[in-house]
Design a protein around this ligand. Structure first.
Ligand SMILES: [Zn+2]
Length: 70
């Protein structure tokens, strides 16, 4: 069962929720201030850090690998 991470749009509280696949997050609420409609963040399976590293790395923006010599 995947674990999703949510962040409250009201107070910024982050919390994790176990959900079955296909289950929506419309009924979720912040455990701190009970605001509804929290924002879903990247799960731990897809690290945002690795994505940032790839997009802002030292590789060439033209060929995306540095083999073009630019
Ligand atoms: Zn909150």
């Amino acid at each position: 069962m995947p674990i999703y991470e949510y962040q409250c749009t009201q107070c910024g509280q982050k919390f994790e929720v176990r959900q079955t696949i296909g289950e929506g997050g419309s009924k979720l609420s912040c455990p701190k201030c009970h605001a509804s409609n929290p924002e879903r963040l990247f799960s731990s399976f897809f690290s945002p850090a690795s994505i940032t590293t790839e997009s802002s790395g030292t590789s060439c923006p033209t060929c995306n690998s540095g083999i073009c010599g630019l």
